[in-house]
Design a protein around this ligand. Structure first.
Ligand SMILES: C[S@@+](CC[C@H](N)C(=O)[O-])C[C@H]1O[C@@H](n2cnc3c(N)ncnc32)[C@H](O)[C@@H]1O
Ligand SMILES: [Zn+2]
Length: 286
């Protein structure tokens, strides 16, 4: 329906609220953050960076953008959209939603096609991912930042997406409103099994999701999105390989075997978990 940029931003240095002043955002202590020419905001202080160019590289981002925009994971996006629609019935509009580790922004672009009135923020530690996201859609707020120190004010989000990402539950619990929802997608045990069989000499058992809900959350539900996907070009196979950790984990021979294929049918198997942010025990009256 309508999509706006989320504004309840916090200074990554002291947590105070940021206000926009022209082409920069400032906190009361005078820390100032400039909006980049392409429209994204850099809120990852150098002293909190673990490397010079953290997160996904420019090449990985470009491969993911081509692959996702071709629609190969659209059923996953549809399941995420359906979960957001179902879990925000009765929520005041606009629905404030963050994608933590948003990559090049595919899932927020897909969410913006629903009938929901949205206030969106996509955050990624990779400058390349955030830049690619900002180039494709000007409506959401795009931020370079870390899940370990979300530059967002406490209890301001209705929905938090963590899709094939790196969850930091204490931070997710801090920024979600009570009654807000965390939607998490991870690779299931059979995800891309056929590709892994080609690139690795033997397959390691995949780790299963923990049974317990993270602290501060209760489990709303778990579902599996599963289908068979045929990639019939070497470029699409190369893009899939480049957007997964397998590109680095596989041996040169393993990668060469995958790159030689003209077509490949793979299983897509994604586990979608939904968690409800519970009231803090300290704030509930007995
Ligand atoms: C596998 S990709 C998934 C991207 C996107 N969610 C998608 O499914 O298209 C993981 C993303 O997490 C980002 N990332 C890694 N560490 C992060 C952190 N500490 N905080 C935020 N993002 C991070 C990477 O740069 C990368 O874009
Ligand atoms: Zn500050």
């Amino acid at each position: 329906m309508s999509t706006d940029a989320f504004n309840a931003l916090a200074c990554p240095l002291d947590g105070d609220s940021l206000t926009q002043a022209g082409a920069s955002w400032r906190c009361p202590a005078g820390h100032s953050f400039d909006v980049a020419r392409q429209g994204y905001l850099h809120l990852l202080p150098v002293q909190k960076k673990r490397s010079l160019d953290p997160g996904d590289s420019k090449e990985m981002v470009a491969a993911r953008q081509r692959f996702l925009n071709a629609g190969y994971f659209q059923p996953v996006a549809e399941a995420v959209n359906a979960a957001v629609l179902r879990d925000t019935i009765g929520t005041n509009h606009p629905v404030a939603c963050m994608d933590a580790g948003c990559g090049e922004g595919y899932y927020l672009r897909q969410l913006a096609t629903t009938d929901l009135q949205l206030s969106l923020i996509g955050l990624d530690i990779s400058k390349w991912a955030t830049l690619a996201a900002a180039k494709q859609d000007k409506r959401p707020r795009w931020v370079v930042g870390s899940n370990a120190n979300l530059p967002v004010l406490p209890e301001t989000l209705d929905v938090l997406l963590c899709l094939f990402g790196f969850p930091v539950y204490s931070e997710f619990a801090r920024v979600l409103k009570t009654g807000g929802v965390l939607i998490q997608a991870d690779a299931g045990p059979n995800h891309l099994r056929e590709l892994r069989e080609i690139i690795y000499p033997s397959l390691k058992p995949e780790k299963m999701p923990a049974e317990h809900a993270p602290e501060g959350f209760s489990r709303l539900g778990t579902q599996t999105v599963s289908y068979s996907l045929t990639l019939d070009s070497q470029n699409a196979i190369a893009d899939l390989l480049a957007m997964t950790p397998h590109l680095y984990r596989a041996s040169a021979e393993g990668r060469a075997r995958a790159e030689a294929l003209a077509s490949l049918t793979v299983t897509v198997e994604v586990t979608l978990q939904r968690f409800l942010r519970q009231a803090d025990p300290a704030t509930t009256t007995p």
